[in-house]
Design a protein around this ligand. Structure first.
Ligand code: CA
Ligand code: CA
Length: 501
């Protein structure tokens, strides 16, 4: 009898899956500004950040441990990152940057994310920060609300971005709009200035410190210093004077414990507010009956240091900054799964198209990680490549394969030639000798003869990736490959120089 019931039940399930034509899924793509994955409990169980809605997304979806941005040729790391997200193109093939005209197809903006989804019959809506992004792609969204909202009130902060999505969803209900939607839900925080709402700052013992001549008070409720905190980076990495390292309000050039703990507290207050806004939108989608048919992506345009390795900004290639948080929940994704992934943010176009059943545009160079979301594989690539080339040239390059990661610095016009080799399984925090760890694996292994073979292998991989991605530079110990000189970027107007975002 029991088995008959089971057979009947499974027949009904089978029959019902054929009864209604599959409704195309909605997409909610959430992008925050400047956030390290290690802020979240799903990446760092010791983190005091209160983010119940994002924690729940992680528990009900898939968490990526190796999601990265490919890098930047500018101190404004946001800008190339957001071009890559919108176009699906690699860092040296964007419509901006060195040799842009030679490497980028014309009319690329008509093949960016929203343009492609519009043509496929999706409704597209965006709210995000203004500036340091890809205007040609942003303007493709049918509904658009852009503003820089980095204040500590509802009107001046992240609540404003939440309101735009809530209003949009309310209007869809009012007009009974049944088209599938792509919502690009962006925030201007936790990018500095990290002005938090007073009641959220309270959770982390933080203040919106704005006086460069005093230090904020230490408070036991402030988050602890990061494990890989240093009071200064051991060498000049080539862009030590960039805005983020010297002029972020609340930190400036300070790296003392009170400043860093207060600033992380401010970051958390801003991130908690973002979490609250996401909670509102997810509850609304649930009430509309749309949540189960919506893919929710959560990520950031790049990570950030805030005291780790003695750095403050996003102009480096350590894991806290090269990596991004990346969480996906949606139809067919097994709850509570975790994968390395080895994905880049530039895989967004390919993947969003794939889950929506839309062909990716020809200009796309990213890979779809739908097979990862479906549990068919757990990584998309073997090797990951990263660039920071916004200060002195060629700057920093890195490559990762398995547990091994190489970072090289060719900076300050030849005065700085540094190599770092990390085993991320043994040394996930990328401790240097300055951190004083006793485990012989928890340091930079580049000078250790035991790892000389590995170093050589990683250096060969880096060169191969630089060639494969059309990197127009070579490092001091690489063949020059007969590359032409890279033209100097056109100097920006003084007005824009200050705002490197
Ligand atoms: Ca950013
Ligand atoms: Ca519509």
């Amino acid at each position: 009898m029991k088995s008959l019931v089971l057979i009947l039940l499974s027949f009904c399930t089978w029959a019902s899956s054929f009864a209604a034509p599959a409704k195309r899924p909605n997409i909610l793509f959430i992008l925050v500004d400047d956030q390290s994955p290690f802020d979240f409990k799903c990446y760092n169980p010791k983190s005091p950040l209160q983010s119940p809605n994002i924690d729940k997304l992680a528990a009900e979806g898939m968490v990526f441990d190796s999601a990265r941005h490919m890098g930047s040729f500018s101190g404004a790391v946001c800008t190339p990152s957001r071009h890559m997200i919108m176009s699906g193109r690699t860092v040296w093939h964007l419509p901006i940057g060195p040799f842009a005209k030679d490497h980028c197809p014309p009319n690329l903006e008509l093949n960016t994310l929203a343009a492609v989804f519009n043509r496929a019959g999706y409704d597209t809506m965006r709210t995000c920060k203004q500036g340091n992004s890809y205007e040609g792609a942003n303007k493709q969204f049918t509904v658009r609300h852009d503003a820089e909202k980095r204040g500590g009130t509802d009107e001046s902060g992240s609540t404003w971005h939440g309101d735009q999505v809530m209003n949009y969803l309310a209007e869809r209900v009012a007009t009974k709009d049944a088209d599938p939607f792509l919502i690009y839900f962006g925030f201007s925080h936790p990018h500095d200035t990290r002005d938090g709402r007073p009641e959220l700052l309270e959770h982390y013992g933080a203040t919106n410190h704005d006086d460069p001549n005093t230090l904020p008070a230490l408070n036991p409720k402030q988050p602890p210093l990061p494990a890989n905190y240093l009071s200064a980076h051991p060498f000049n990495n080539g862009d030590a004077g960039v805005r983020d390292e010297v002029a972020a309000s609340g930190v400036w050039k300070n790296r003392d414990e009170a400043t860093i703990r207060n600033e992380i507290g401010r970051e958390y207050a801003c991130s908690e507010n973002i979490d609250i806004q996401i909670g509102r939108v997810l509850a609304k989608l649930q009430a509309m009956g749309e949540l189960d048919n919506t893919y929710v992506f959560y990520t950031a345009d790049h990570g950030i240091a805030i005291g780790r390795h003695g750095l403050q900004g996003k102009q480096n290639l350590y894991e806290h900054t090269w990596r991004v948080p990346f969480i996906v929940k949606g139809p067919g994704i097994k709850p509570g799964t975790r994968v390395p992934g080895n994905i880049y943010l530039l895989d967004t176009v390919a993947t969003l198209c794939d889950v929506a059943g839309i062909p990716a545009p020809e200009s796309n160079e990213g890979l779809s990680f739908k097979p990862v979301l479906e549990g068919k594989k757990d990584t998309l690539r073997d090797v990951m490549y990263g660039v920071y080339c916004g200060g002195t040239k060629p700057g920093m390059r890195c490559v990762k394969q398995g547990d091994w990661k190489l970072i090289k610095y060719d900076a300050m016009n030849g005065a700085v030639h540094e190599t770092q080799l990390f085993n991320l399984a043994a040394n996930p925090d990328e401790f240097l000798k300055e951190h004083g760890k006793t485990d012989p694996m928890q340091t930079n292994l580049a000078g250790d003869p035991k790892h000389a073979g590995r170093l050589k292998e990683m250096e060969a991989l880096l060169l191969a990736e630089m060639r494969r991605h059309g990197d127009p530079y070579r490092l001091w110990d690489q063949p020059d490959d007969g590359l032409p000189p890279v033209p100097e970027p056109t100097p920006k107007k003084a007005k824009n120089k200050k705002s490197k975002k």
